[in-house]
Design a protein around this ligand. Structure first.
Ligand SMILES: Nc1nc2c(ncn2[C@@H]2O[C@H](COP(=O)(O)OP(=O)(O)O)[C@@H](O)[C@H]2O)c(=O)[nH]1
Ligand SMILES: [Mg+2]
Ligand SMILES: [Zn+2]
Length: 319
Protein backbone atom coordinates (compact mmCIF):
# COMPACT_ATOMS: atom_id res chain seq x y z
CA UNK A 1 0.00 0.00 0.00
CA UNK A 2 0.93 3.64 -0.50
CA UNK A 3 1.21 6.40 2.07
CA UNK A 4 2.69 9.79 2.82
CA UNK A 5 5.20 10.47 5.61
CA UNK A 6 3.66 12.82 8.15
CA UNK A 7 6.34 12.71 10.84
CA UNK A 8 9.77 11.26 11.33
CA UNK A 9 11.41 10.83 14.69
CA UNK A 10 14.51 8.90 13.73
CA UNK A 11 13.82 5.20 13.55
CA UNK A 12 10.05 5.33 13.31
CA UNK A 13 7.96 7.13 10.76
CA UNK A 14 4.33 8.14 10.90
CA UNK A 15 2.66 7.33 7.61
CA UNK A 16 -0.81 8.38 6.47
CA UNK A 17 -2.39 5.69 4.29
CA UNK A 18 -4.60 7.60 1.88
CA UNK A 19 -6.83 4.69 0.78
CA UNK A 20 -7.66 3.59 4.29
CA UNK A 21 -7.65 7.02 5.95
CA UNK A 22 -5.49 5.76 8.81
CA UNK A 23 -2.14 6.73 10.24
CA UNK A 24 0.38 3.97 11.00
CA UNK A 25 3.92 3.73 12.35
CA UNK A 26 6.54 2.16 10.13
CA UNK A 27 10.29 1.64 10.07
CA UNK A 28 12.63 1.28 7.13
CA UNK A 29 12.78 -2.11 5.48
CA UNK A 30 15.93 -3.98 6.46
CA UNK A 31 17.41 -3.83 2.99
CA UNK A 32 16.32 -0.27 2.21
CA UNK A 33 18.74 1.02 -0.37
CA UNK A 34 20.61 4.15 0.57
CA UNK A 35 23.07 4.25 -2.30
CA UNK A 36 24.88 7.53 -2.80
CA UNK A 37 22.84 9.07 -0.05
CA UNK A 38 24.30 12.23 1.37
CA UNK A 39 21.21 13.19 3.28
CA UNK A 40 21.13 12.88 7.02
CA UNK A 41 17.57 11.60 6.63
CA UNK A 42 16.75 9.11 3.88
CA UNK A 43 13.01 9.72 4.27
CA UNK A 44 11.39 13.10 4.75
CA UNK A 45 7.97 14.46 5.62
CA UNK A 46 5.95 14.63 2.40
CA UNK A 47 7.57 11.60 0.80
CA UNK A 48 5.22 9.23 -0.93
CA UNK A 49 6.21 5.68 0.05
CA UNK A 50 5.29 2.04 -0.40
CA UNK A 51 4.47 0.10 2.76
CA UNK A 52 4.90 -3.64 3.25
CA UNK A 53 4.84 -5.83 6.33
CA UNK A 54 7.95 -7.52 7.67
CA UNK A 55 8.05 -9.62 10.84
CA UNK A 56 4.76 -8.13 11.94
CA UNK A 57 5.92 -4.53 11.49
CA UNK A 58 4.94 -2.07 8.82
CA UNK A 59 8.02 -1.23 6.80
CA UNK A 60 8.82 1.35 4.16
CA UNK A 61 10.14 -0.54 1.16
CA UNK A 62 10.25 2.15 -1.49
CA UNK A 63 10.08 5.88 -1.96
CA UNK A 64 8.58 7.53 -5.02
CA UNK A 65 10.66 10.08 -6.84
CA UNK A 66 10.33 13.51 -5.21
CA UNK A 67 8.63 16.25 -7.18
CA UNK A 68 10.65 18.78 -5.18
CA UNK A 69 12.10 19.29 -1.71
CA UNK A 70 13.67 21.90 0.50
CA UNK A 71 16.82 21.26 2.46
CA UNK A 72 18.64 22.64 5.41
CA UNK A 73 22.36 22.60 5.11
CA UNK A 74 24.66 21.68 7.89
CA UNK A 75 27.07 24.65 7.88
CA UNK A 76 29.86 22.59 9.41
CA UNK A 77 29.47 19.54 7.24
CA UNK A 78 28.71 20.86 3.82
CA UNK A 79 28.39 17.44 2.23
CA UNK A 80 25.49 16.63 4.48
CA UNK A 81 22.04 17.97 3.90
CA UNK A 82 18.85 17.47 5.76
CA UNK A 83 15.64 17.31 3.77
CA UNK A 84 13.04 19.39 5.57
CA UNK A 85 10.07 18.37 3.44
CA UNK A 86 9.20 17.13 -0.03
CA UNK A 87 6.47 17.26 -2.68
CA UNK A 88 5.35 20.76 -1.78
CA UNK A 89 2.78 22.78 -3.78
CA UNK A 90 3.22 26.06 -1.94
CA UNK A 91 5.87 27.38 0.44
CA UNK A 92 4.61 29.95 2.93
CA UNK A 93 7.04 32.14 4.81
CA UNK A 94 5.44 33.71 7.85
CA UNK A 95 7.08 36.92 9.00
CA UNK A 96 6.37 39.71 11.44
CA UNK A 97 7.47 43.34 11.68
CA UNK A 98 7.99 42.96 15.41
CA UNK A 99 7.84 40.52 18.30
CA UNK A 100 9.80 38.94 16.77
CA UNK A 101 11.06 41.03 13.88
CA UNK A 102 11.78 39.04 10.77
CA UNK A 103 14.61 40.50 8.73
CA UNK A 104 14.12 40.86 5.00
CA UNK A 105 17.41 38.95 4.77
CA UNK A 106 15.62 35.92 6.18
CA UNK A 107 12.69 36.34 3.78
CA UNK A 108 15.00 36.77 0.79
CA UNK A 109 17.06 33.70 1.67
CA UNK A 110 13.85 31.76 1.85
CA UNK A 111 12.76 33.12 -1.54
CA UNK A 112 16.13 32.28 -3.10
CA UNK A 113 15.83 28.68 -1.99
CA UNK A 114 12.22 28.26 -3.11
CA UNK A 115 13.05 29.92 -6.45
CA UNK A 116 15.90 27.45 -6.82
CA UNK A 117 13.49 24.57 -6.24
CA UNK A 118 10.81 26.25 -8.37
CA UNK A 119 8.28 26.09 -5.55
CA UNK A 120 5.56 28.76 -5.64
CA UNK A 121 5.93 30.93 -2.56
CA UNK A 122 3.63 33.09 -0.52
CA UNK A 123 4.73 35.72 2.00
CA UNK A 124 2.52 36.24 5.05
CA UNK A 125 3.24 39.16 7.34
CA UNK A 126 1.40 38.39 10.56
CA UNK A 127 0.68 40.52 13.67
CA UNK A 128 -0.25 43.59 11.60
CA UNK A 129 -2.80 44.54 14.27
CA UNK A 130 -0.13 46.00 16.45
CA UNK A 131 2.00 48.43 14.43
CA UNK A 132 3.24 51.93 15.11
CA UNK A 133 3.14 54.50 12.33
CA UNK A 134 6.75 53.84 11.50
CA UNK A 135 6.24 50.09 11.46
CA UNK A 136 3.25 50.57 9.19
CA UNK A 137 5.55 52.35 6.73
CA UNK A 138 7.95 49.42 6.84
CA UNK A 139 5.06 47.08 6.14
CA UNK A 140 3.94 49.21 3.19
CA UNK A 141 7.47 49.11 1.82
CA UNK A 142 7.56 45.28 2.07
CA UNK A 143 4.17 44.92 0.41
CA UNK A 144 5.07 47.31 -2.41
CA UNK A 145 8.50 45.77 -3.02
CA UNK A 146 7.44 42.14 -3.05
CA UNK A 147 4.22 42.70 -5.00
CA UNK A 148 6.09 44.66 -7.64
CA UNK A 149 8.33 41.68 -8.39
CA UNK A 150 5.40 39.30 -8.50
CA UNK A 151 5.22 37.73 -5.06
CA UNK A 152 1.88 37.29 -3.40
CA UNK A 153 2.03 38.92 0.04
CA UNK A 154 -0.75 38.77 2.62
CA UNK A 155 -0.95 40.90 5.75
CA UNK A 156 -2.63 38.97 8.53
CA UNK A 157 -3.66 39.11 12.14
CA UNK A 158 -5.07 36.31 14.21
CA UNK A 159 -6.54 38.96 16.50
CA UNK A 160 -8.59 40.92 13.95
CA UNK A 161 -8.86 38.01 11.51
CA UNK A 162 -7.41 40.11 8.70
CA UNK A 163 -6.02 38.04 5.81
CA UNK A 164 -7.15 34.67 7.18
CA UNK A 165 -9.92 34.09 4.62
CA UNK A 166 -7.57 35.02 1.81
CA UNK A 167 -5.01 32.56 3.12
CA UNK A 168 -7.63 29.86 3.50
CA UNK A 169 -8.63 30.24 -0.15
CA UNK A 170 -5.02 29.93 -1.28
CA UNK A 171 -4.07 26.80 0.67
CA UNK A 172 -7.14 24.95 -0.54
CA UNK A 173 -6.21 21.65 -2.24
CA UNK A 174 -2.49 22.18 -1.67
CA UNK A 175 0.34 20.76 0.37
CA UNK A 176 1.88 23.81 2.02
CA UNK A 177 5.12 24.25 3.85
CA UNK A 178 4.88 26.79 6.71
CA UNK A 179 8.11 28.38 7.84
CA UNK A 180 9.18 31.33 9.88
CA UNK A 181 10.81 32.21 13.15
CA UNK A 182 9.38 30.88 16.34
CA UNK A 183 6.80 33.30 17.72
CA UNK A 184 5.60 34.91 14.48
CA UNK A 185 2.25 33.16 14.84
CA UNK A 186 2.39 30.07 12.63
CA UNK A 187 0.47 27.86 15.03
CA UNK A 188 -2.05 30.62 15.77
CA UNK A 189 -2.72 31.04 12.05
CA UNK A 190 -3.12 27.30 11.55
CA UNK A 191 -5.57 27.13 14.43
CA UNK A 192 -7.62 29.89 12.82
CA UNK A 193 -7.61 28.09 9.50
CA UNK A 194 -8.87 24.95 11.22
CA UNK A 195 -9.66 25.11 14.95
CA UNK A 196 -9.78 21.32 15.16
CA UNK A 197 -5.97 21.30 14.84
CA UNK A 198 -5.77 22.73 18.35
CA UNK A 199 -2.02 23.42 18.14
CA UNK A 200 -0.13 24.77 21.11
CA UNK A 201 0.66 28.45 20.82
CA UNK A 202 2.67 30.96 22.75
CA UNK A 203 6.36 31.38 23.23
CA UNK A 204 8.17 28.51 24.82
CA UNK A 205 10.49 29.85 27.47
CA UNK A 206 14.11 30.06 26.40
CA UNK A 207 15.21 27.73 29.17
CA UNK A 208 12.73 25.11 28.11
CA UNK A 209 13.71 25.48 24.48
CA UNK A 210 17.37 24.96 25.25
CA UNK A 211 16.67 22.02 27.46
CA UNK A 212 14.96 20.18 24.65
CA UNK A 213 16.64 18.42 21.77
CA UNK A 214 18.01 20.97 19.35
CA UNK A 215 16.43 19.15 16.44
CA UNK A 216 12.70 19.64 16.31
CA UNK A 217 10.78 17.64 13.79
CA UNK A 218 8.69 18.75 10.88
CA UNK A 219 5.15 17.50 10.92
CA UNK A 220 2.41 17.22 8.33
CA UNK A 221 -1.17 18.10 9.36
CA UNK A 222 -4.19 17.39 7.23
CA UNK A 223 -6.93 20.02 7.00
CA UNK A 224 -9.68 17.78 5.72
CA UNK A 225 -12.20 20.56 5.26
CA UNK A 226 -9.99 22.22 2.66
CA UNK A 227 -8.28 19.11 1.34
CA UNK A 228 -5.08 20.85 2.34
CA UNK A 229 -1.97 19.64 4.07
CA UNK A 230 0.29 21.82 6.14
CA UNK A 231 3.86 20.99 7.00
CA UNK A 232 4.95 22.86 10.10
CA UNK A 233 8.70 23.24 10.42
CA UNK A 234 9.59 24.33 13.93
CA UNK A 235 13.06 25.52 14.66
CA UNK A 236 14.27 26.01 11.12
CA UNK A 237 16.40 29.13 11.37
CA UNK A 238 18.06 29.22 7.98
CA UNK A 239 17.29 27.68 4.68
CA UNK A 240 19.89 26.11 2.48
CA UNK A 241 21.53 28.68 0.29
CA UNK A 242 25.07 27.73 1.25
CA UNK A 243 25.15 24.82 -1.18
CA UNK A 244 24.87 27.28 -4.05
CA UNK A 245 27.75 28.83 -5.92
CA UNK A 246 27.98 32.62 -5.81
CA UNK A 247 27.18 33.01 -9.51
CA UNK A 248 23.95 31.02 -9.19
CA UNK A 249 22.22 33.37 -6.76
CA UNK A 250 21.54 36.19 -9.25
CA UNK A 251 19.17 33.93 -11.18
CA UNK A 252 16.94 33.67 -8.11
CA UNK A 253 16.43 37.41 -7.70
CA UNK A 254 13.54 37.86 -10.12
CA UNK A 255 13.99 41.57 -10.58
CA UNK A 256 17.49 41.05 -12.03
CA UNK A 257 16.21 38.83 -14.83
CA UNK A 258 15.17 41.64 -17.23
CA UNK A 259 18.77 42.89 -17.20
CA UNK A 260 20.25 39.44 -17.77
CA UNK A 261 21.82 40.08 -21.14
CA UNK A 262 22.22 43.81 -20.89
CA UNK A 263 25.25 44.14 -18.64
CA UNK A 264 28.64 44.65 -20.31
CA UNK A 265 29.81 41.21 -19.23
CA UNK A 266 27.45 38.34 -19.83
CA UNK A 267 28.63 36.67 -16.64
CA UNK A 268 28.13 39.88 -14.65
CA UNK A 269 27.42 39.21 -10.97
CA UNK A 270 26.14 42.77 -10.56
CA UNK A 271 28.62 43.49 -7.80
CA UNK A 272 31.34 45.83 -9.01
CA UNK A 273 31.61 45.16 -12.71
CA UNK A 274 31.67 48.14 -15.07
CA UNK A 275 28.52 48.98 -17.03
CA UNK A 276 26.22 46.88 -14.87
CA UNK A 277 22.58 47.44 -15.73
CA UNK A 278 21.31 46.07 -12.41
CA UNK A 279 23.31 48.64 -10.46
CA UNK A 280 22.07 51.30 -12.87
CA UNK A 281 18.50 50.14 -12.24
CA UNK A 282 19.02 50.54 -8.49
CA UNK A 283 20.17 54.12 -8.98
CA UNK A 284 17.16 54.78 -11.16
CA UNK A 285 14.81 53.34 -8.57
CA UNK A 286 13.70 50.29 -10.55
CA UNK A 287 15.33 47.72 -8.27
CA UNK A 288 14.87 47.82 -4.51
CA UNK A 289 18.13 48.69 -2.75
CA UNK A 290 17.53 46.55 0.36
CA UNK A 291 16.73 43.51 -1.76
CA UNK A 292 20.04 44.16 -3.51
CA UNK A 293 21.74 44.49 -0.11
CA UNK A 294 20.35 41.08 0.85
CA UNK A 295 21.68 39.70 -2.44
CA UNK A 296 25.17 40.93 -1.53
CA UNK A 297 24.77 39.43 1.94
CA UNK A 298 24.00 36.01 0.51
CA UNK A 299 26.99 36.18 -1.87
CA UNK A 300 29.19 37.17 1.06
CA UNK A 301 27.96 34.23 3.15
CA UNK A 302 28.61 31.78 0.35
CA UNK A 303 32.13 33.13 -0.23
CA UNK A 304 32.87 33.17 3.50
CA UNK A 305 31.81 29.56 3.63
CA UNK A 306 33.97 28.61 0.65
CA UNK A 307 36.96 30.43 2.16
CA UNK A 308 36.68 28.71 5.50
CA UNK A 309 36.59 25.38 3.66
CA UNK A 310 39.64 26.27 1.64
CA UNK A 311 41.54 27.18 4.82
CA UNK A 312 40.48 23.99 6.51
CA UNK A 313 41.60 21.97 3.50
CA UNK A 314 45.02 23.64 3.45
CA UNK A 315 45.34 22.99 7.13
CA UNK A 316 44.85 19.30 6.52
CA UNK A 317 47.24 19.13 3.57
CA UNK A 318 50.01 20.78 5.66
CA UNK A 319 49.92 18.03 8.25
N1 LIG B 1 -0.58 40.75 18.30
C1 LIG B 1 -0.65 39.55 17.74
N2 LIG B 1 -0.18 38.47 18.40
C2 LIG B 1 -0.25 37.26 17.78
C3 LIG B 1 -0.78 37.11 16.48
N3 LIG B 1 -0.69 35.80 16.11
C4 LIG B 1 -0.11 35.17 17.16
N4 LIG B 1 0.16 36.02 18.18
C5 LIG B 1 0.79 35.70 19.46
O1 LIG B 1 2.16 35.42 19.24
C6 LIG B 1 2.62 34.38 20.10
C7 LIG B 1 3.27 33.27 19.30
O2 LIG B 1 2.30 32.62 18.48
P1 LIG B 1 2.49 31.15 17.91
O3 LIG B 1 1.29 30.86 17.07
O4 LIG B 1 2.77 30.18 19.01
O5 LIG B 1 3.79 31.32 17.02
P2 LIG B 1 4.67 30.19 16.28
O6 LIG B 1 5.86 29.97 17.13
O7 LIG B 1 5.07 30.81 14.97
O8 LIG B 1 3.83 28.97 16.09
C8 LIG B 1 1.39 33.91 20.88
O9 LIG B 1 1.44 34.50 22.14
C9 LIG B 1 0.23 34.42 20.05
O10 LIG B 1 -0.90 34.67 20.86
C10 LIG B 1 -1.30 38.30 15.80
O11 LIG B 1 -1.79 38.26 14.68
N5 LIG B 1 -1.20 39.47 16.48
MG1 LIG C 1 4.22 26.98 16.66
ZN1 LIG D 1 25.38 43.40 -13.95
Amino acid sequence: MKGVITKSTGTWYQVYIQDKDVEISARLKGAFRMEGNRDTNPIAVGDQVTIETELGDYVISEIDERKNYVIRQSPKRKALRHIIASNIDLAVVVAAIKRPRTSTGFIDRFLVSTEAYRIPTLIVVNKVDDLSEKEQLTLNDWVETYSKIGYHIICSSTITGQGIDELRAIINDKRCLFSGHSGVGKSSILNQLDPSLDLKTGLISKVHEKGMHTTTFSELFRLEKYNAEIIDTPGIKEFGVLHMEDYEVKDFFREFIPYLNQCKFNNCLHINEPDCKVIEAIHEGHVCPWRYGNYLGIIEDIREQAKSWELKKRDWIKR
